[in-house]
Design a protein around this ligand. Structure first.
Ligand code: NAP
Length: 278
């Protein structure tokens, strides 16, 4: 059995990537296609997904299936699963990547916005995993990847009050779930990028603030995606992308909690996290 798994060939297997219309998700879809996966692409912006699908078919000769979906809608994961099933597609790699940042004090943000944030960042990830995981176990091979964040390993930060906890949840979820997959061919990986060039900070609206951060702290989406793919294929449970981010995560782990919180508090306004608190 172990030999069968080692010989598992990714060619003609399907990977499903959420948030494939931009940034890390788009880059991950390209990397997976390059390695022989066919791709289910989902996000809200269909024209972008169609464009990517054509590129992956043309460049890598892969099959693609585009399913536009808004993951803030509670029934989106089930609809996505049903659409994939109806095509006879079996998903062997699930990449929970879709996401966005939050900005502004918790009490100043309407509940409907908090609820949508939690739906996309937490509940949809858990729901999609619950839908696709049993098929992977049945087939004896599967990769579940959550794109979490370095923020999930740092103390909570004012103005991004739900972002860190949402990402910490994904890391703990990956750790727990991976423990349920000893020896069955399925692995679960939480990927923790730091600042990454993508559309993320334009959507949050703090591009100017984060642009002032040192270049050393930034990575490009392609590098993050390649490292994420490799970590998933190696079955790593948690990956922190890049040496500076790994150093920061290690420091925060070893600092006394109060000092770590104070350093995070001082750094937050520079990152544009808590600058609209009126
Ligand atoms: N960039 C960073 O510095 C950074 C650092 C650490 C972690 N991350 C994490 O990396 C992941 C990808 O972010 P990114 O940097 O690549 O950002 P991005 O360029 O803004 O891409 C975000 C993707 O998520 C999709 N998305 C957002 N809301 C959605 C919704 N309601 N339903 C379906 N799809 C939705 C977007 O597609 P549509 O708009 O077309 O729906 C887009 O494809 C996120 O989970 C983010 O938290 C990013």
């Amino acid at each position: 059995m172990a030999t069968d798994r080692a010989a598992f060939h990714v060619r003609d297997r399907w990977a499903l990537v959420t948030g494939a219309s931009a940034g890390i998700g788009l880059a991950y879809a390209r990397v997976a296609a390059e390695h022989g996966f066919d791709l289910v692409l989902t996000a809200r912006r269909k024209p972008r997904l169609d464009e990517l699908a054509q590129e992956l078919e043309r460049t890598y000769g892969r099959r693609t299936f585009v399913v536009p979906a808004d993951l803030a809608e509670p029934d989106a994961p089930q609809r996505l699963f049903d659409a994939v099933q109806q095509q006879g597609i079996t998903v062997d790699m699930l990449v929970n990547n879709a996401g966005f940042g939050s900005r502004g004090y918790f009490r100043k943000t309407q509940w409907k916005d908090h609820a949508a944030f939690l739906q996309v960042m937490v509940t949809s990830v858990v729901h999609l995993t619950h839908l696709f995981e049993p098929g992977m176990v049945e087939r004896g091979w599967g990769k579940i990847v959550h794109i979490a964040s370095l923020a999930g390993l740092m103390p909570g930060s004012a103005g991004r009050t739900l972002y860190g906890p949402a990402k910490a949840f994904l890391i703990k979820f990956a750790e727990g779930l991976s423990g349920e997959h000893d020896e069955d061919g399925v692995t679960v990986t939480a990927v923790c990028p730091g600042f990454t060039y993508s559309e993320f900070h334009d959507v949050v609206g703090n591009r100017d603030a984060v642009s002032r951060l040192p270049k050393l702290m930034w990575m490009d989406a392609d590098t993050v995606a390649r490292q994420a793919y490799e970590a998933a294929m190696q079955g790593r449970v948690v990956l922190v992308n890049g040496a500076p981010n790994r150093a920061l995560a290690a420091l925060m782990k070893h600092f006394p909690d109060r000092l770590a919180r104070e350093l995070t508090r001082r750094g937050a306004p520079r990152a544009g996290a808590a600058d609209d608190q009126t």
